[in-house]
Design a protein around this ligand. Structure first.
Ligand code: TNX
Length: 498
């Protein structure tokens, strides 16, 4: 078996017949609405094979051509978790069907996002050999298990800008993830320029952990990144973390601090010490302004309000401040996401609660779900890709133990907390906090090979997942990573092939 698609598709039939050869001048045909997917596929195939494809708006079939078709009648292969994630693509929209033989390739989907998912499968199928590039004869029918399949990146502890993040977005596309969550603010830095509060970036974006250089998104670099992700079927979910993790705001705005004195810059990695103060007159306007501005900058349906690790505040004040942030998000017509602790605030129905710490009492989460909250699963012991692989790993943290590839692979989001009904779980998100990560290579080395494991947890139905088979497929993926210049960790759990 040579085919090694990750995440595993719902149905894969490998035909023993001749492959499709990609030659100079091979044509890529599509309809007007399929053009964005065709253009992306042409670009990645050209990069992979060194051969340009000609994209044309035309009907086929044409012998030897690739065709991308939108087909409103295409029914998704049966299966899937209960319910879609509100605001994200539905299972039917991400479904696709692919048929390849020596006469041509036909990729069909109901929606552009299905074509984008199928295009990632095509990229993984390309084989380079003596006689040039070819795609094996296969039939694939595929659709996701979970609707929300994300990666969260902390760009506050260390800043990662478009040049570092675009290759990460490419990886999300390659593994059929659909959400990029950016943790944009924390004690060490404020990383997004907001029109109503220019002092935040002006005063609090130049530093980072250990005194490393900082940075921030301005309106243009932010819009470009959001568009780059959208072109790949990926929604950006921005996070402003309140009411804790706010030293960067307190350093920029003295009126948020009792006494009025801005706090010093912070370059360490402690958590839990900074906080907003409900009784200060400036606090409510700050919350309203930052989430209103953030909504303006965000075409996607969700804003993340943070809410984690507020260790020096009475519960009543925490409920008040999280409530104000959530109200500002809803007033701007966006859906609210918050870390696990927001479950204790009686969140409004539809709030997405992101579980990260399985040591916390599940009772408030169960109650929040009874009140209509939804759950996104990011348990640190499985999905925190800033944790070390094992004791010999130089980068990363170990506060929740080590996360080897098998740990990242062998779990099911809907079953991780037995108290939480599976129907409330919208999906899975990997997270990478960057206290110890400085460069694109550091980031990639932590993501690869664990991100593909989380991607399969999100996309492939639990009964079709198998560790032995995943190991076999993943072993062939370093060629894909190296072709894009990405660093990766050769975990001893996989028998890597060239
Ligand atoms: C916990 S995740 C945090 C972050 C740290 C991370 C390190 C979360 C909601 N809070 O502040 O960066 O652990 O792994």
């Amino acid at each position: 078996m040579t085919v090694h698609i990750v995440p595993a598709p719902a149905v894969l039939v490998e035909h023993p017949t001749a492959p499709l050869l990609l030659r100079a001048g091979t044509r890529l045909l599509t309809c007007e609405a399929g053009l964005p997917a065709a253009a992306l596929l042409a670009e990645v195939l050209a990069r992979a094979t060194g051969r340009a494809l000609e994209v044309e708006v035309a009907q086929g079939p044409v012998p030897g051509a690739l065709r991308l078709e939108l087909d409103g009648d295409l029914e998704p292969v049966p299966g899937g978790a209960v319910g879609d994630a509100p605001g994200l693509a539905t299972r039917a929209q991400e479904a696709y069907r692919l048929d390849v033989d020596s006469d041509g390739l036909l990729l069909r989907a109901r929606d552009l996002r299905g074509l984008l998912r199928g295009a990632a499968t095509v990229r993984q199928l390309v084989e380079l050999g003596g006689d040039g590039a070819r795609i094996p004869a296969v039939q694939v029918e595929d659709a996701p298990h979970h609707g929300w399949r994300g990666l969260s990146i902390d760009v506050a502890r260390h800043f990662f800008g478009p040049a570092d993040l675009e290759p990460v977005v490419d990886l999300l596309w390659l593994y059929k993830l659909d959400v990029l969550h950016l943790h944009l603010t924390d004690d060490q830095g404020w990383r997004i320029d907001l029109p109503s509060r220019p002092e935040l970036v002006a005063r609090s974006s130049t530093g980072a952990v250990d005194g490393d250089p900082g940075g921030a998104f301005d309106g243009q670099t932010w819009a470009d990144l959001v568009a780059y992700a959208a072109d790949r079927g990926i929604v950006v979910v921005p996070e402003i973390d309140v009411p804790g993790h706010v030293n960067a705001a307190l350093h920029a705005c003295g009126d948020l601090v009792p006494g009025g004195e801005p706090t010093p810059e912070y370059h360490g990695i402690d958590v839990g010490f900074s906080r907003l103060t409900a009784e200060l007159p400036a606090t409510s306007a700050f919350l309203r302004d930052v989430f209103t501005d953030l909504a303006e900058l965000t075409p996607g349906p969700y804003l993340h309000v943070g809410g984690d690790e507020v260790l020096t505040m009475a519960h009543e004040e925490y409920v008040d401040l999280v409530g104000q942030a959530a109200a500002a998000v809803r007033a701007a017509d966006k859906l609210v996401v918050g870390w696990q602790e927001v479950a204790t605030t009686s969140p409004a129905p539809g709030t997405v609660v992101q579980v990260w710490d399985l040591r916390q009492d599940p009772a408030p989460l169960v109650e929040a779900v009874q009140g209509g909250a939804l759950v996104l699963m990011s348990p640190a012991t499985r999905a925190y890709l800033d944790l070390k692989y094992d004791a010999t790993t130089s980068l990363g943290l170990d506060w929740a133990g080590h996360v080897q590839v098998h740990d990242a692979y062998d779990w099911e989001p809907a079953a991780v907390l037995p108290e939480v009904p599976g129907h409330a779980v919208v999906g899975v998100e990997a997270a990478v906090f960057t206290e110890t990560l400085r460069t694109r290579d550091d980031l990639m080395w932590m993501l690869l090979p664990r991100l593909p494991a989380i991607a399969e947890v999100g996309w492939t139905s639990p009964d079709a997942r198998d560790w032995a088979d995943f190991r076999r497929r993943l072993a062939r993926h370093p060629a894909l990573w190296s072709a894009d210049g990405n660093a990766w960790h050769p975990s001893a759990q996989i028998d890597w092939l060239g």
